[in-house]
Ligand binder design. Structure first.
Ligand code: HSE
Length: 312
């Protein structure tokens, strides 16, 4: 019987421009790391959280990693005592799927500790419930790609139906995180409850075209069809320098650039590592000029998702 398991779950880019709440993909790094360990006794306790500057609750029921483990044990009807060690490498309220990375790493680890009794689909449902805890909305567009990897379409939330889409080999992502925070709930509250039919038509044309672009490996089609008509302009008002940074990405050869999830992180897609790095440099320069510290990550789409990194 395994005593301890450690798992990693990656950052994710939700929405991908046009696909509010229905598209998401995983990147290679950064990500959160969760270690779960059996102890003789009952109950789930979080023994340590690093990287959060003391801001996350150590009460298991109030933390997405702890909540996920509690719900998992409930599902398998186990009263095994579990200790959790959470290493946060994703900034909070970043738009990079921070809460999902914690819950998914915890779920990957705890499922492995018990010899994988639960299918990924069940882990997805628990992860979605953890998202509702974190921000009031059980969206799957961070949890699903963090868990499954790749580029995911969420066709339905209840019950969840997710579809993995093909990813062109040379598609690269540049992710930049300026050091400001936007709460997902706030970024959702500024969105309109209804949209004009004409706008909706343009939007669903783009979502369909983006799927076609992925299947056809047509990077230009992917780029132009990721354009968002519903969300970006409203949320951009929360992100200092958004227009300038986006323009810098496009001028550097990005196929597309938009807000990652609910922001403030921005993502840009490109056709090569060289371009992705150039975009990273130019986006970073703008924030540095605005005296906003930032972190930049460049990777291909991560088609593996959460993974076990240690067990004993
Ligand atoms: N789809 C969600 C939103 C993702 O944009 O509000 C949050 O990371």
């Amino acid at each position: 019987m395994k005593k301890t398991v450690t798992a990693f779950a990656p950052a994710t880019v939700a929405n991908v421009g046009c696909g509010f709440d229905i598209f998401g993909f995983a990147v290679a790094e950064p990500g959160d790391i969760v270690r779960v360990t059996r102890y003789d006794g009952h109950g789930v306790r979080i023994t340590a959280i690093s990287g959060d500057e003391g801001r996350l609750s150590q009460n298991a029921a109030e933390n997405t990693a702890g909540f996920a483990v509690l719900r998992f044990l409930e599902e398998i009807q186990s009263d095994q005592g579990i200790e959790i060690h959470l290493t946060k490498q994703l900034p909070l309220s970043s738009g990079m799927g921070s809460s999902a990375a914690s819950s998914v790493a915890a779920l990957k680890a705890i499922n492995h500790l018990f010899e994988n009794p639960q299918p990924k689909r069940k882990l997805l449902e628990i992860g979605m419930a953890a998202e509702a805890l974190a921000c009031g909305s059980p969206h799957a567009d961070n949890v699903a790609p963090a868990l499954y990897g790749g580029f995911i379409l969420i066709r339905e939330n209840n019950p969840p139906e997710i579809i993995r889409l093909p990813v062109p080999e040379n598609l690269h992502c540049t992710l930049i995180h300026p050091d400001i925070e936007i709460k997902t709930q706030d970024a959702r509250n500024i969105l309109p409850a209804t949209v004009p039919l004409k706008t909706a038509v343009r939007q669903w044309a783009n979502t369909a075209a983006l799927v076609a672009g992925l299947y056809r490996k047509d990077l230009d089609l992917i780029g132009r069809s990721s354009t968002d008509h519903l969300v970006e302009s409203r949320r951009a008002t929360l992100i200092p320098g958004f227009d300038e940074v986006k323009q810098a990405a496009l001028d550097s050869g990005a196929l597309a650039c938009s807000i990652s999830g609910s922001g403030p992180a921005l993502f840009a897609l490109s056709a090569s590592l060289k371009t992705a790095r150039k975009i990273a440099l130019e986006m970073g320069k703008i924030y540095t000029r605005h005296s906003i510290s930032n972190q930049v990550y460049v990777s291909k789409i991560n088609c593996t998702g959460a993974r076990i990194i240690h067990e004993e």
